[in-house]
Write a protein that binds this ligand. Structure first.
Ligand code: DGL
Length: 267
């Protein structure tokens, strides 16, 4: 059997990336790991996130995956280089593809970036964007309330609306392109769109990374060529599979996915 694509995240949020891979590459099997016991990563130190990322990658590599997709923006922002050096399989993160798409999309050369505290304070987004186009002006903001809102299933209505307004009112009219630099933020897309208005293009890293995944697999001759839809997807978590299953309904729209629990500290 062809090897699966490994995807990991600090928890459930990476299912936005899994969803896109399943949609755009239906012939590929995936193995997903969500570190639900240690989420959130976005408020932790770079050192700790780095250690967690190595363990997550180690687990998936032992499962025999052919590629590691780092769905978590926080890990992509602060731990990707280290992971790529250590890994025996190719590693791909979400930052670069999001930046590239944003630079192509901006007409006024004004890009906004939102993410977790760790992602924003890493400075990786402005650095990457400036490397692609030094003339772009960039505004960045950490939006720490967005992750708990999504985890509570509050995707619309007054509370997310107020939170989005509080964080993003200063971005309105200042940027024409906004990178959703966190796994959870695509779930708030409707509310963010309402606040920003239709003049702003939203860049969803989960969609953009799949284009790169496809291209990388093709170049390395690793694309699955059965021509049939894959159906051996596996999902692992480091805490309570039942809670993950419930949330997966929201993210994937699927009932009863098979979820197994592992002890990530062993890796
Ligand atoms: N997965 C994280 C990210 O994309 C968000 C949740 C967390 O803080 O762990 O940055």
């Amino acid at each position: 059997m062809d090897k699966a694509i490994g995807i990991f995240d600090s928890g459930i949020g990476g299912l936005t990336v899994a969803r896109e891979i399943l949609r755009q590459l239906p012939q590929e099997n995936i193995i997903y790991f969500g570190d639900t016991a240690r989420v959130p990563y976005g408020t932790k130190s770079a050192k700790l996130v780095g250690k967690y990322a190595v363990q997550d990658a180690h687990f998936l590599t032992e499962c025999g995956v052919k590629l590691l997709v780092v769905a978590c923006n926080t890990v992509s922002a602060i731990g990707l280089r280290e992971l790529s050096h250590q890994s025996s399989v190719p590693v791909i993160g979400v930052v670069e593809s999001g930046c590239r798409t944003a630079v192509k999309a901006t007409k006024e050369k004004k890009i906004g970036v939102i993410g977790t505290e760790a992602t924003i304070s890493s400075g990786i987004y402005p650095k990457t964007i400036k490397e692609l186009d030094p003339d772009v002006q960039i505004m960045c903001k950490a939006c720490p309330l967005f992750v708990p809102l999504v985890e509570e299933g509050r995707l619309d209505g007054e509370i997310p609306h107020l939170a989005v307004r509080a964080y993003l009112s200063s971005f309105k009219d200042e940027v024409d392109t906004l990178i959703l630099g966190c796994t959870h933020y695509p779930m708030l897309r409707t509310v963010i769109e309402k606040e920003m208005g239709n003049r702003t293009t939203l860049i969803d890293s989960s969609k953009e990374i799949v284009i790169e995944v496809k291209e990388l697999l093709r170049k390395k001759g690793l694309l699955t060529s059965t021509g049939q839809a894959a159906n051996s997807h596996r999902y692992f978590v480091s805490d309570d599979p039942e809670k993950f299953k419930k949330m997966a309904r929201l993210f994937l729209g699927e009932e009863n996915i098979p979820v197994e629990e592992i002890n990530i500290e062993e890796y």
